[in-house]
Design a protein around this ligand. Sequence first.
Ligand code: SAH
Length: 508
Amino acid sequence: MSSVYLVGAGPGDPGLVTLRARELIARCDVLVYDRLVNPELRTWVKPGCELVYVGKDAHVHAIPQDQIEDLIVARAKAGKVVVRLKGGDPFIFGRGGEEAQRLARDGVAFEIVPGVTAALAAAAYAGIPLTHRDFASSLSFITGHEDPDKHEFRVDFKKFAKLGGTLCLYMAMGQLERIVGELRAGGLAADTPAAVVQWATTPQQRTLFTTLGQLLEESTRAGLGAPAVIVIGAAVKAAKGIGWFQARPLFGKRIVVPRAKEQAGETRRKFEELGAEVLELPLIEIHPDFDKEATDDVFAELATYEWAVFTSPNGARFFLEEVMRRCRDVRALGPVKFACLGPATAREVEKFHLEVALKPEVATADGLAEAIIAQGSLENLRVLVVTGNRNRDNLPRRLEADALAIVDCLQVYRTDLTDLSKDASVEIFRTQGADAIAFTSASTVESFVQQARHLALAPGARRPLACAIGPLTAAALREHKIPVDVEAPEHSLDGLTAAVRAKLAKKT
Ligand code: SAH
């Protein structure tokens, strides 16, 4: 088995990472990474994984190359599985070759996992076909990075001017004037189409279409800088009309998603599909929390309940995990029927191969109480309501008062406020602001308000619109004197994304 993996992290968009890379990141003991690696990839590691930053910028190597290699070799020899994660592809302007040679020399077993290199990614996300039957039949990847004190380039740009085809320049923004001069001197016409793609595949992507003659002036005026790929050649013309990435309706918009108990992932996906940058705020944390005595009582009589009622996915999951831990056999649940609030809660129960008898259309506590009562008399029957520490007690009260059931409530988890003082997304929110906040439940509003002191916007930060998924969420906002800018007419995630899109999308 190998102990070092030289892995390409792709250009930025986490969706462009290979399956192999993801699997290795999740498995490694040590992750050694560069500056241009998307921070999200680091969240894929297992607990206890050592993270080592060896980033460099254009001129200064933060950690000298031989020390990076020493570190990798030392960890590998200590029996650790090391992933050396490099932006783009490890063998394209990434010194992956040198690292592999060193590993081979030192007898360390290794593997190499390719990645999507910046030029390919920039071209795809800017809609530039790098080869095209009418315009370009060859492709060159060239580095523009040279010691600025040297007068000669290592790369002979004059030759590339004569070569034709599509030229992709990496690390060239700092040397643009000299490079354009050489290419022109080599005979490449001033009207040759050229493009600059900065921060390709990320929500910050910027693209400039110009000509070789105008390249320096226009990219300076636009304030473009590293990291960027420059594409030069006739094929750049063909990009007209096929730049899909920046054309998506919410591209350039930042949407804040307060992390709800369950839905944040889905909410994030829906907004990202529309091109938005999603900033998740981890306002709350959820921990299993069982009172031993109360749990013992419930478990002693588990099979005597008529209904078990779950009001949240976490409640369902923590409770059923406890059943498996204590009883090791689902049959311990006896004939109890399950009622679930909301489809995500039902899905958790179904994951345990248990049938959900009741999932009411109206996903509110009252809707659930009415639906259970409508199933038949509950008089003197036992009902177990599984909750967290923040649930309102409407539901048990109605089952007792209106239906004369004997209700036991069991709290199985606790919701705490997250310590936001050092959170990176909160810092981005505070200093830069956002275009909208998507509130997906009244409880996300409550957590947001409770965390308000960490979320105060700095002067000049973009002030976000407050967007509510439905009437209860909107009411919670108004209760806290937060004006509701968008209220989804259709009470669902799709309804919310559609309403935010209608409000924020570029008019075309
Ligand atoms: N091994 C990397 C290249 C590392 S050199 C790869 O295969 O992509 C660093 C250069 O890559 C940057 O100066 C820039 O030219 C380019 N680059 C990396 N990420 C980029 C991005 N998201 N958008 C545009 N250019 C990028």
